[in-house]
Design a protein around this ligand. Structure first.
Ligand code: ZN
Ligand code: ZN
Length: 99
């Protein structure tokens, strides 16, 4: 029962800056790893956070006992849909190694 599931978001910590983040593998082939901050954004903050390489995610649950899931909150997704909207995590700590 404790095996991690392939779907659903899990709370963990960023390995670089140790900030609490929500992580989920996205897509049928789990090709994209979504790492988002836990603090919900206001609609104005979502607009400010939208950058070409930064996504905003909508955290929703299919049911009261379902694990949280992340989906893209890109337009036409309403910025005030009622679910928390979370921005892709950006490290405040500088990585020690650049690749
Ligand atoms: Zn939403
Ligand atoms: Zn980080």
């Amino acid at each position: 029962m404790s095996r991690p599931r392939a779907t659903g978001a899990a709370t963990t910590r960023c390995p670089t800056c140790a900030a609490p983040v929500l992580v989920q593998w996205v897509g049928h082939t789990a090709a994209l790893k979504a790492v988002v901050d836990l603090t919900p954004l206001t609609p104005a903050q979502q607009t400010a956070a939208r950058e070409p390489n930064r996504l905003v995610w909508c955290r929703f649950q299919a049911g009261p006992h379902s694990p949280p899931r992340l989906r893209w909150a890109t337009p036409p997704h309403p910025p005030d849909c009622g679910h928390p909207h979370l921005a892709e995590h950006r490290c405040t700590a500088e990585p020690t190694t650049l690749f």
